[in-house]
Every structure is written in C-alpha cells, then in structure tokens.
Design a protein around this ligand. Structure first.
Ligand SMILES: *Cc1c(COP(=O)(O)O)cnc(C)c1O
Length: 404
C-alpha cells in the first residue's frame, strides 16, 4: 500500500466524503489484464449487475449506466426529461443542491430555487406553496438532493413525495443520492421517486468513473414525449440494450465493471438493512464524540438535529483556522485525511479554515471510526484545541452497544 506523506508505516484512512475507501476485494477484482468486450465474461456479467444495482436502490424500475462522475449523471438525468424552457423547482440545502440547479440552468431550464440555507433540511411548507402557486403545472420536475454532502443535511424524500401528491402536482420527483446510496436508508419505489442519480465512488466503494440514473415508467413516458434527446445521454438504449456496447454507448469501462461486481457482492452479502444499520451506528458514534468535544471549545456539528443528519458524512465547524490546522496535523502525523469544508464560505475567506467534514461512507467499520475519532482527539491535544472530555468513551459506548 502507498503510504501517506510523512507517515512511515501503517495504513492511511482517507476519511473524506468521496471518493471513499476501496475494499481489497474491489481493488483485486480490478487488477487484471484487459478483458474482451465482445464476448465472454464481461458482457455476461451485466444482467446480474443491473439487477443488483436495483436491489441497492430498492426499485423494480430501470437503470442507465454512464461512464461519468456525479456531475455527469446530473446532466444525464436532466437531458432525458428537461428541454430548454422547461421549468424545474430546486429545494436546496447546500452546495450540491445549487450545483444541480446550475446544471439545469445551463441546459436552458427555467429554475426556481427555494434556498433552505447551509445548516437546515428542507421544510415542506414553502415547497407546497410553490407547487400550489404553479396552477398551470409548468414545473416539470423537482430536483432534490437526499444528502447534501456540503452541509451534511439529510432530507425527507418521502415527505417530498407526499407534498407533491397533496398538491396534486404531476412534476417528476428527482433525487440525488450520490452521497447517500448504500449508506442512508433510501427506498426509491416505496418513496415514489421517479428519477434517482448516484455515482460509484461513495457508498458503492468503487473508484470514481461510473454513474447511474434510475428511472421509473412515469419518467420513461416523459422521456418519450421529449422533442429530442442527445444520443449520448439517452437513457433508453442503455437501460434496454440489444447489445453489450449499448449499455455504455461505446467502449465499456472494463475494470470498473469488475470492481462494481465485487462491491455489489460485498453489499448484498452484508444485506441492505445491515449496511444501513452499520452506517447508522457509526454515525451515532461520531455524533456522540462530537457532542462530548463540543461541551468545551468551539467544535460543532453543522446539523443540529440528529434526524436531519446524514449517516455518511458529517460537516463540522471549529474556530478558524483550527479546522485546517487539525486536518493538516492528522494527515501529516497519522495518515488520516479529513475532508475540507465545501460550499459553506468562499475559499478566499479566512472563515473557510473553520469548516471540515468527515466521510464515513461505504467500506468503514467500528475500528476505523474509533481510529478516526482517536486521531482527531490526538490532533486537538497536539494543537491545544480546546475540547470537552469523554469523546472516545462516548463513541465506544455506541459502537459497543448490544443490539436489541
Ligand atoms: C459527490 C456528490 C456530487 C458530485 O459528484 P462528482 O462525482 O464529484 O461529480 C453531487 N451530489 C452529491 C450529493 C454528492 O455527494
């Protein structure tokens, strides 16, 4: 394993909210000579991968797969259902909500943003108001980020569906689960989500490079009524290919397919409910430690209420420049890389050095989280950053809880 800078031995932990830690099983599955893309194992693997992806998303609908990062599937999803001049509603809870809105605008959509700020979840009342005001049903889609990775806000997507239904509004419900899929509980069909986008490099534990657009029949009908859809982004042949190349509209990402197969095997061997429960428990351990630290000194979780917090990423504040100092110390001395703050304040603003994030998504377990928290505590001691006592004991108590 390559070592972290200045750390002579032991494994590093990249505790940033994506790309996430890659399992050995994924790495070794990808370590192979170039496979044939015209026949044999690779094409034969695809139906199983599609089925297993849908089990992660909890949908019987369709999935189109792209050689793309999260931004790529943002565009892919919009390209299939939004034509220039169409209107979208974006309830935003951070940097990524604004990012998806900006992408829609760049594609010629009329965008109405409801900005819930950078430390709060969506509230349904203003959304219901915007839907009720849209008597002509011009809003064609509501773009909702499930977990905004900048603020670490987790939004109630089922409540959003209920709000659309109560308004009798036909807009598509589109969800960004790039940070949450395979971490936070998500039920595409049960929650009435029409389109969902995700990437492979967060909860799915594969290096960045493949993205997914899940969609149901209602969204497929909207796609069919579009005046035109770009040939490359068109989800239809990708979701219903006659030939292997059509899954990708060209050369397949050969090694990613093997990595994804290995990751899906890990997820389903553990079981979706168990994967969610593990993320839940590890997140609660992190919160318990942060609560204890925060009793003295300036460390605070960005999301005050546990019900609004992601189970995959935690956004934190610490008086500037202490957040940046802590990140630098743990990386240099421990091989522990914490995430930068994102989208909270401008990078040129000195306050930027007061924000940071912890990634706890995908291939993580209790000893890694105890290492992460122990490393942070060591850094706070080394740098004389004021903090309350008992954080590690509080976290250990959560991790050591006997399940009911
Ligand atoms: C990471 C992320 C994105 C962007 O994904 P990229 O792969 O960086 O393009 C979008 N939305 C959310 C919620 C994310 O966490």
């Amino acid at each position: 394993m390559p070592q972290m800078p200045n750390v002579p031995s032991g494994r590093g932990y990249l505790a940033i909210p994506g790309p996430s830690v890659m399992p050995e099983a994924v790495l070794s599955a990808m370590h192979r000579p170039a496979p044939n893309i015209y026949a044999g194992e690779l094409p034969e693997m695809m139906p199983g991968i599609v089925a297993d992806l849908k089990r992660v998303a909890r949908t019987d609908g369709h999935v189109a797969i792209y050689i793309a990062n999260g931004h790529g599937v943002w565009e892919a999803s919009l390209a299939n259902v939004i034509a220039p001049g169409d209107k979208v509603l974006v309830p935003s809870t951070g940097h990524f909500g604004m990012g998806w809105a900006g992408m829609a605008e760049g594609l010629g959509a009329e965008v109405e943003v409801i900005d819930f700020g950078k430390a709060a979840p969506m509230e349904m009342a203003p959304i219901a108001e915007a839907l009720a005001a849209d008597t002509m049903h011009r809003i064609k889609a509501v773009l909702a980020v499930h977990v905004d990775t900048s603020s670490s806000a987790r939004n109630d997507i089922a409540a959003l569906r209920a709000t659309l239904d109560a308004a009798g509004h036909p807009a598509l419900l589109m969800a960004d689960c790039i940070a949450s899929l395979g971490c936070d509980v998500f039920e595409m069909d049960a929650w009435g989500v029409d389109v969902m986008v995700a990437g492979c490099q967060k909860g799915l534990m594969v290096p960045p490079g493949v993205g997914f657009v899940f969609f149901n029949n209602k969204a497929a009908d909207v796609r069919a009524a579009m005046p035109r859809v770009s040939n490359y982004w068109d989800w239809h042949p990708r979701a219903e290919p006659d030939d292997f190349w059509q899954y990708w509209n060209g050369t397949a990402p050969t090694h990613h397919i093997y990595g994804l197969r290995a990751a899906l095997d890990l997820i389903h061997a553990e079981g979706m409910e168990a994967v969610w429960a593990r993320h839940e428990r590890l997140a609660r351990a992190i919160w318990a430690a942060c609560d204890a630290w925060g009793r003295e000194g300036s460390l605070r979780m960005n999301m005050a209420d546990p019900k609004d917090r992601s189970r995959a990423v935690t956004s934190l504040r610490l008086d500037p420049p202490l957040a940046s100092d802590l990140r630098a110390w743990t990386e240099a001395h421990l091989g522990l890389t914490l995430g930068i703050g994102l989208g909270m304040v401008d990078k040129a603003d000195p306050a930027w050095h007061g924000h940071f994030r912890l990634g706890h998504m995908g291939h993580v377990n209790g000893q890694m989280i105890m290492g992460l928290l122990g490393g942070m505590e060591a850094g706070m001691c080394a740098l004389n950053i004021p903090h309350g006592p008992g954080a590690l004991a509080a976290a250990a108590a959560v991790i050591g809880e006997v399940s009911a």
